[in-house]
Design a protein around this ligand. Structure first.
Ligand code: ASP
Length: 337
């Protein structure tokens, strides 16, 4: 009995320093890692003070801020990252200021064809829809594909039929009609063979979240490119190109010239560089957007949050509608500086 008591006592003493060390390390990590973090974008392009009216700038800033506030309230209430991504993207999809949902651009045939995707960093589950025209919130259709089908990506009428069957909100195509986007289509068609500004061509919305449980998720939703033809689908609904999330590394949502983002597998490349090259999110972002993509002639950027709550918002265009929120920190930006 005496031996047993002695044995237990020595065991406790031996373990004590180790336990303390673990606690200290955890404390250190907690000190730098925010309880939650969220970053959003409303598209990148030729966005300068000169070509954005004061009124429009104010409205866009207010919408981005509204999305931040909604996301933060959910994160404070311990809502999962996926729910936050979906709800925040709804706000952006419902605004005519961004090229997604209500504000989606027109294709060559004056129709709206939207793309969206969502990914969970916890289990690498993902869902996407491409070329849909009657789903009010394409991001929710992407989530339904992820959670209620055995597939990752559905397109066109099939995706719409699936969405109907799963009770998603269906609207008449006229819901997506906006005067602004029709004017853009006319302008783009009038100079079809001339060089168009980035702003006239595209736009997108996206969101990346680190929730209170430490889970990451990302989502992207877009109307694609003005005047697109032949059922063109861009990077936004392609997992690894426009969207990616992995709890080991980061959550990413891209915006820009989709063909380049597909070819350079941009969203996955950010995560892969962090995982294999052990570089920071900032370094990966800079290398991909300002070196690889820029040298190839690809315009755009992305927003991302890593597993430790660090935020990156690199872009190689004149501006990108972007914003992030962490406990005690709220930032909304449009132009380069
Ligand atoms: N990436 C989108 C697309 O190519 C457009 C954008 O983000 O501006 O469809």
């Amino acid at each position: 009995m005496r031996y047993l008591a002695f044995f237990i006592l020595s065991l406790l003493c031996a373990c004590q320093p180790q336990l303390q060390e673990v606690n200290i390390n955890r404390k250190d990590a907690d000190a730098v890692k925010p309880a939650y973090a969220m970053v959003i974008h409303g598209g990148a392009g030729t966005i300068t003070k000169a070509n954005l009216s004061e009124e429009k700038e104010k409205a866009i800033r207010a919408k981005l801020e509204e999305a931040l506030i909604k996301g933060e309230a959910m994160l404070k209430a311990n809502k999962p990252a996926l729910d936050v991504v979906e709800a925040v993207i709804h706000i952006l999809e419902d605004s005519h200021h961004f090229n997604a949902g209500k504000g989606a651009v027109f294709n060559h045939g004056a129709k709206n064809e939207m793309d969206a995707s969502i990914m969970s960093g916890l289990d690498l589950k993902a869902g996407a829809v491409g070329g849909v025209g009657v789903i009010k919130h394409p991001i929710s259709a992407a989530r339904a594909v992820m959670e209620k089908s055995v597939h990752v990506m559905l397109s066109g009428e099939g995706a719409e039929e699936f969405s109907r069957e799963h009770g998603l909100e269906i609207v008449d195509p006229s819901y997506f009609y906006t005067e602004d986007r029709m004017e853009s289509l006319k302008r783009v068609k009038a100079k079809e063979n001339k060089k168009l500004t980035e702003q006239e061509k595209h736009g997108t919305v996206g969101c990346a979240v680190l929730d209170a449980e430490g889970n990451l998720a990302a989502g992207t939703s877009t109307g694609g490119m003005t005047n697109k033809r032949w059922n063109r689908i861009g990077d936004s609904p392609i997992i690894g190109a426009g969207t990616y999330a992995n709890n080991k590394t980061c959550a990413v949502s891209c915006t820009g010239h989709g063909e380049f983002f597909i070819r350079y597998a941009v969203a996955h490349d950010v995560s892969a560089m962090m995982e294999y090259k052990k570089v920071s999110l900032q370094e990966a972002g800079n290398e991909i957007i300002n070196v690889k993509l820029k040298n190839a002639g690809g315009t755009g950027g992305f927003v991302a949050v890593d597993k430790d709550g660090n935020i990156a918002m690199p872009f190689n265009t004149e501006g990108m509608y972007r914003a992030y929120i962490k406990p005690g920190e709220k930032v909304v930006q449009i132009y380069k500086d």
